[in-house]
Design a protein around this ligand. Structure first.
Ligand SMILES: *Cc1c(COP(=O)(O)O)cnc(C)c1O
Length: 398
């Protein structure tokens, strides 16, 4: 099939929920993907920060193949080894004591919101139920998570929204202090806002979040669906800040391309979930967990992937800053590790288009922010090529 046939098929058979780039992707290898016509692209979007180890990493592929030959699904009415192995690795490498598995980022946040409500109900009664989240955040597309998402555009037309959510501007300690009351069950935020335009929390802000939550009896919940699993140069972004949340959610990079989500919590919080409190038929299935165990083994044991990600992120930023020197179109470069946003004074979507035409995939989180989230295994020369290509695209657009 050709890309054009896929475009036609999508028009005919798919609900029209996405604006897609006119590229039909047939296969991937490492940092590269190939379209239906065989053209190669350098993939600096990585399935929206999902393909953390690039495409078809041999160890992940092998783990999936082996698991598919023995057991794909058994349900959570039984025990399976990959699920326990994955939970153990996550607990051993984080603040958390317990894990709930699901299939996506939205579901992981849905679980976190339910956990916080139940925890607050059990401790303080029905008066403590509010979730405080951030303006410009992104937490998913279920009714509760789109309500937690502080962006009108994802909420419009879905009213009435669930009650008990309020919003504060990101990185504003005073606003948070005013919003967190005896009604607050939890504060939910991304250490680096991804979809909202790559905004990094300040050290002082996260410290204040931690202190305010602890003092006032609310939970601190980090949505690390995008920042987790090495993206920022540490396994979890919170590790950069010298503090820990009570609850954390993961998804995107966790399965290296296989759908999986997780909600992690301390024992004190997790204990309010008892049989029947929450559930997911597919959550923690052997296939997804085997893939995730392989991803974590490669990241934590194989090579120095976290160090490499931190160094490549540093190099990427420096190179972009050099480009910015002679290029007033670039207003600001933000990010952490290999989660990089570039605020531009032109239409970011046009830059994405220009990059694509020159064989580089990226996307725009808004009409002014270009985002790069390459696989963590990206090389320095690949980064150099993308920065040079971006320079050409900006040059050509003026
Ligand atoms: C992508 C994302 C989500 C939603 O994940 P889905 O798997 O699409 O449901 C939630 N939170 C953050 C921070 C994300 O980046």
């Amino acid at each position: 099939m050709l890309t054009e046939e896929l475009v036609q098929g999508a028009r005919q058979y798919l609900m029209n929920t996405y604006t897609r780039y006119p590229v039909g992707i047939s296969r991937g290898h490492g940092t590269r993907v190939y379209d239906m016509e065989g053209r190669e692209y350098l993939d600096f979007l990585a399935g929206i920060a999902v393909n953390a180890l690039g495409h078809c990493h041999p160890k992940v592929t092998l783990a999936i193949q082996k698991q598919a030959q023995s057991l794909l699904h058994a349900s959570n009415l039984f025990y399976t080894e990959p699920q326990i192995s994955l939970a153990r690795v996550l607990v051993d490498h984080s603040f958390a004591d317990k894990v709930f598995f699901c299939n996506s980022g939205a579901e992981a946040n849905e679980a976190a919101i339910k956990l916080a409500r139940r925890w607050a109900h059990e401790r303080d009664g029905a008066g403590r139920f509010e979730i405080v989240s951030m303006v410009n955040s992104f937490h998913g597309r279920t009714l509760a998570t789109l309500t937690a998402t502080g962006q009108d555009k994802v909420q419009k037309g879905y009213e009435p929204l669930p009650e008990g959510f309020r919003y504060v501007p990101f990185n504003d300690v005073e606003a948070l202090s005013q919003a967190v009351t005896t009604k607050t069950a939890a504060v939910l935020l991304e250490p680096v806002q991804g979809e909202g335009g790559v905004w990094v929390a300040t050290q002082g802000y996260l410290k204040a979040c931690r202190d305010i939550c602890s003092e006032r009896g609310a939970l601190l919940m980090f949505d690390e669906v995008q920042t987790g699993i090495g993206r920022t140069g540490r396994l979890f972004a919170y590790e950069h800040f010298g503090l820990a949340p009570d609850v954390m959610t993961l998804a995107k990079g966790l399965g290296g391309g296989v759908a999986i989500g997780a909600c992690l919590a301390t024992d004190a919080v997790a204990k309010v979930f008892v049989p029947g409190s929450h559930a997911s038929t597919f959550g923690g299935n052997p296939l997804a967990c085997a893939a995730a165990v392989a991803v974590l083994e490669v990241i934590l044991e194989d090579q120095d992937i976290l160090g490499h990600c931190a160094r490549m992120g540093e190099h990427f930023r420096k190179s972009l800053e050099d480009l910015q020197g002679g290029c007033p179109t670039i207003k600001e470069i933000r990010g952490m590790g290999l989660l990089i946003g570039i605020e531009v004074s032109c239409d970011a979507r046009e830059l994405v288009e220009g990059l694509r035409k020159r064989g580089v995939l990226a996307n725009a989180t808004s009409d002014r922010v270009l985002r790069f989230v390459p696989p963590l295994i990206v090389s320095q020369s690949e980064i150099d090529r993308v920065v040079a290509t971006l320079g050409d695209v900006i040059q050509a657009s003026r």
